[in-house]
Design a protein around this ligand. Sequence first.
Ligand code: ZN
Length: 434
Amino acid sequence: MTNTTQSTPLTAAQVQRIMKSVDDHFDAQLKFTQDLIRYPSLRGQEHTAQDFLYEAMRKRGFSMDRWRIDEADICSHPGFGPVTVSYENAFNVVGTYRPGEQKGRSLILNGHIDVVPTGPEKMWSRSPWDPAIVEGWLYGRGAADMKAGLVANLFAYDALRAIGYAPAAPIYFQSVVEEECTGNGALAALLRGYKADAVIIPEPEENMLVRANVGVLWFKVRVQGHPTHTREMANGFNAIDAAYATIEALRGIEAKWNSQHHCHRHFEDLDHPINFNIGKIEGGDWPSTVPPWCEFDVRAAIYPGTTADEARAEIEACLRNAVSDPRLGGSEPEVTFTGFYAEGYVLEEGSDAENTLRDCHRHAFENELQSFTTPGYLDARVFVIYGEMPTLVYGPKSLDIHGFDERVHIESLRMITKSIALFIAQWCGITEDS
Ligand code: ZN
């Protein structure tokens, strides 16, 4: 890494050339994004989409690295999230561009390939894997979160090369898995040794820069019942009823943490930044048997500065204390941590990377870059907390991510791509092909 070089301001003519080049290749960029959306890269099935990106990067002449995430390599790291699935198909892909001679600062362009489940497909206007463009929006599961951004990273680079500009520092194009469940893909990339002077992650962030976000924990709670025939229901104990009581206890922590939002920098203006989502529930075996068990899955959020261990201790204590509620029938709920075990982060203001992005955004959008706090998980926490790299989460406008008819705004994507292309040129420096 070379921290000594300052950003080289681009000339007005260079800025215009770069932005025009993005425009010239934008149809190809959209087509490529559509191709990528057609791969249903749900958890456990990311490998075919990763192969597609691997090939696209290889054709650009990058030196290629593809590896399967191995739990053993990362499980002792404090940012590791427990794994409950097979990693048989969990491959990260990194393509590295290296200049002939390094003059500028290096850059990681990161994105995640994994997408969340679609829910009932009949609730979509069309198949989630049919990447239609309708009235200025590109549809599909993962269109916004975040295949559009992942592809923008590549095409921003292409726009420079097409006009004879060669970035003057290494660029690492990362496509990682596991962003939607553990963050272990980004963690594996960091622990494999990838570091740079700045990171950009074009998540769907409404053309804004993320200033702070929450950490996230996933856990499963199991409550026990006592099964009886329903004719003697009063002699049994209903685990599903007990689950409701347990959820109520957890809502107590959620309310308490939300009431503390004034004490957390960047969270003062958010009324309810801490969301506990009961994302899955199942229990019981038979309609005429009092249910002997019930399990539910929780996604909980924590403020930056709270460690996952601290949050875990409070959650476990809450569940222990819940036993005093007679609706739990005297048996303590069991809790297992099943995924994210992640702290939140704050992007410190005024870094050179942020100032550079501010310039680039102004050129692309003709307005000032806004920053905001998001109450969702981001892989940036890996790079900020453990890699100590300035990490800019900044990407296009979207609607209904994780919902039905997810979509990304096309003109916004075009501007974001311009901004990233300008950032590469300014941050890494450029040499012009003779
Ligand atoms: Zn995402």
